[in-house]
Ligand binder design. Structure first.
Ligand code: NAD
Length: 339
């Protein structure tokens, strides 16, 4: 029996990871620690709330006293840190909470992991720490050796956390790993992010706001493939290492929006172009060869099948996202995003 602390498990990727691990490892105990910001939604975990191998605890990763007491009590084997402020547009309007949660929160978890000797601390990071690539150099990709060059307060806070994680490995010998993943899509994605936002608005025949000319490129990965990568890394990845995670699915934002419109049988006339975000990254593209060659990871979904199943999920789960958008769910406010 292993006990895994998943922080941020009421969010998009953490929630998918909790489901993935409970399905795959019926002998593991999964503890989900989440403070439930506007992005945390226990509705996504309703189906497992009575599972004896699952426990939810509400709490803040930056609360040192609380975190140390929790670690002392629970004796975790593995910590997987998803908890973060994750929305780039929100970091442009209010950077402070990004430093508090993403940097200070990570440091508190690292200190607790060190003191209570966890066997593995895994930091869920992002390809955004590398900055961006030019649109006219399609031969360039982010590797694990690409220097960190973050553009937004969000990615700067994530890069700071990555440096802290690496320093705790080097200085204190903490057994750490880091994964840097490209943009995720799939079930339970908060409807302020590009794909669920466009699906929900298209279904309501509302305009679809696209930043700039829509030519910015993102590299998309189905969230289940991200979960399988983290599963491999925490069990087989070498300590002290960074692993890039990506599925070679580069698409312009406009291509993504058009795929959604086509799948839903809606008109391209719904698209409206809006003023670009300041400092908007041009292109992200991940080279995942280390993960593929060293740990044998392979994504299950290609972009088209992944998008088909995702659009179907949003059609089948209208209640879930309608509760958020209608304001029945706390503090929802639309912040347009083309991530
Ligand atoms: P999300 O915003 O959907 O979820 C974040 C969760 O963290 C929420 O449930 C929130 O309540 C919780 N949280 C926030 N502050 C907290 C705190 N102080 N203490 C405890 N819990 C707190 O985010 P997501 O999209 O699921 O991203 C999860 C992680 O993956 C983040 O670290 C993000 O940087 C990283 N990531 C995301 C993507 C992506 O495409 N979404 C890609 C690569 C990496």
């Amino acid at each position: 029996m292993k006990k895994i602390l998943v922080t941020g498990g009421a969010g998009f990727i953490g929630g998918n990871f909790v489901h993935y691990m409970l399905n795959k490892y019926p002998e593991y105990m999964i503890v989900n620690l989440d403070v439930l910001t506007y992005a945390g939604n226990l509705e996504s975990l309703k189906d497992i709330e009575n599972n004896p191998n699952y426990k939810f605890i509400r709490g803040n990763i930056s609360d040192r006293k609380f975190i140390f007491e929790l670690f002392e009590q629970e004796k975790f084997d593995i910590v997987v840190n998803f908890a973060a402020e994750s929305h780039v547009d929100r970091s442009v309007t209010d950077p402070e909470i990004f430093v508090q949660t993403n940097v200070i929160g990570t440091q508190v978890l690292l200190d607790a992991s060190r003191k209570f000797r966890v066997n593995r601390y895994h930091q869920v990071s992002t390809d955004e720490v590398y900055g961006d690539l030019p649109l006219d150099r399609l031969d360039l990709f982010f590797t694990e050796n690409t220097p960190l060059n973050p553009s937004s307060p969000y990615s700067a806070s994530k890069a700071s956390a990555d440096f802290l994680v690496q320093s705790y490995h080097r200085t204190f010998g903490l057994p750490t790993t880091i994964s840097r993943c490209s943009n995720n899509y799939g079930p339970y994605h908060f409807p302020e992010k590009l794909i669920p936002l466009m699906i929900s608005r298209a279904l309501n025949n509302e305009s679809l706001p696209v930043y700039g000319n829509g030519e910015n490129v993102r590299d998309w990965l189905h969230v289940e493939d991200h979960c399988s990568a983290i599963d491999l890394i925490i069990h087989k990845g070498r300590v002290g290492e960074v692993y890039n995670v990506g599925g070679h699915n580069e698409r312009t934002n406009l291509e993504v929006v058009n795929t959604i419109l086509k799948t839903l049988g809606k008109s391209e006339e719904l698209i409206t172009y809006v003023t670009d975000r300041p400092g908007h990254d041009l292109r992200y593209a991940i080279d995942p060869h280390k993960l593929e060659n060293e740990l044998g990871w392979k994504p299950k979904y290609n972009f088209d099948t992944g998008m088909d199943t995702t659009v179907k999920w949003y059609l089948d789960h209208k209640e879930w996202w309608k509760n958020i958008i209608s304001g029945e769910y706390k503090n929802y406010e639309t912040v347009y995003t083309n991530i």
